[in-house]
Design a protein around this ligand. Structure first.
Ligand code: FES
Length: 109
């Protein structure tokens, strides 16, 4: 396998008054934080932090998904990134309070 893990970070942009909202620039800032954190930990060749389009969880964004574990995170900020990398990339755990529950995913808008 070329990369052991993938981090998908929504950076989808919508017009400012869109009722759906978007991850947009906040997602971009989160993606930069992931790239920097992976570089700091020497993980660039093992883990890929990819920009994505809409993950269909806009009202809970910025949205992040980690594969292959299939962990969905909501409302991620750049400040959350070191803990996510430590817990879900270096380890196999989930950061309390950031994980999107199945019920939240089902009720997404
Ligand atoms: S715009 Fe980011 S999940 Fe839809």
């Amino acid at each position: 396998m070329a990369f052991e893990k993938h981090i998908l970070i929504c950076i989808n942009q919508r017009p400012p008054k869109s009722p759906k909202g978007c991850c947009g620039d906040d997602g971009l800032a989160v993606r930069v934080a992931f790239v920097q954190e992976l570089a700091k930990r020497g993980l660039i060749n093992k883990v890929r932090a990819n920009k994505t389009g809409c993950l269909d969880t806009c009202s809970m964004g910025p949205s992040v998904v980690i594969y292959p574990a299939g962990i969905w995170y909501k409302g991620v900020t750049p400040e959350d990134v070191p803990e996510i990398v430590e817990t879900s990339i270096m380890g196999e755990g989930v950061v309390d309070g950031l994980q999107m529950s199945d019920a939240e995913f089902s009720a997404r808008k």
